[in-house]
Ligand binder design. Structure first.
Ligand code: AMP
Length: 188
């Protein structure tokens, strides 16, 4: 079972992906987390990624796709994969389909789209910025740019999955437990 957890920055993808992975014994793959690990390690990939992340821009597809595939290949026998923050462009979605079908004879089974209004997203990200230590949560202009990038490059992906009958919209407001139950019902 391969699930894409989709939604704008601040929709709650990270929180819910962790809970879903725990509950269903799936592997959680978050490109944002992997970038942040590399940034902390101050390696070449981290330095490159930070130059985009710190502006609220997407890291180039080529770099992101290669990194994600390497990470996924560490879990060849996973019962299921939860993709959190990937794909974020049509090119990434096509690369993921190709990768899953060629290497694992599998596919994206469902795309769960967390639906949250822009005003609420900004409120959540500003609040998270007070404690997350994330440079891209700390500045209102960077937050706004992430939402602009999302609307321009990532939101069109919804149609990509809608056309394949794989997109399921989930209300992303309410308590963490309520949202989790809505998501879990779709995974089951
Ligand atoms: P996230 O933790 O998912 O909010 O990601 C934090 C930042 O990492 C994003 O704002 C992007 O700059 C970068 N990033 C994460 N995932 C991707 C991706 N799939 N494609 C391009 N950039 C990404």
């Amino acid at each position: 079972m391969n699930i894409v957890l989709f939604g704008p920055p601040g929709a709650g993808k990270g929180t819910q992906a962790i809970k879903l992975a725990e509950s269903f014994d799936y592997i959680h793959l978050s490109t944002g987390d992997i970038f942040r690990r590399n940034i902390k390690a101050k390696n070449k990939l981290g330095i490159l990624a930070a130059s985009y992340i710190d502006k609220g821009e997407l890291v180039p597809d080529e770099v992101t796709i290669k990194m994600l595939e390497e990470e996924a290949n560490k879990h060849p026998n996973a019962k299921g994969l939860i993709f959190d923050g990937f794909p974020r462009t049509i090119e990434q979605a096509e690369a993921l389909d190709f990768f899953l079908s060629n290497h694992y004879n599998s596919k994206v089974d469902k795309m769960l789209s967390l639906e949250v209004e822009d005003d609420e997203l900004i409120k959540r990200l500003v609040e998270r910025g007070k404690t997350s230590g994330r440079s891209d949560d700390a500045d209102a202009d960077i937050i706004k740019n992430r939402i602009v990038e999302y609307n321009k490059k990532t939101a069109p992906l919804k149609n990509y999955y809608l056309n394949q009958g794989k997109c399921f919209e989930i209300k992303g407001v309410g308590s963490i437990v309520e949202i989790f139950q809505r998501l879990a019902a779709e995974v089951e």
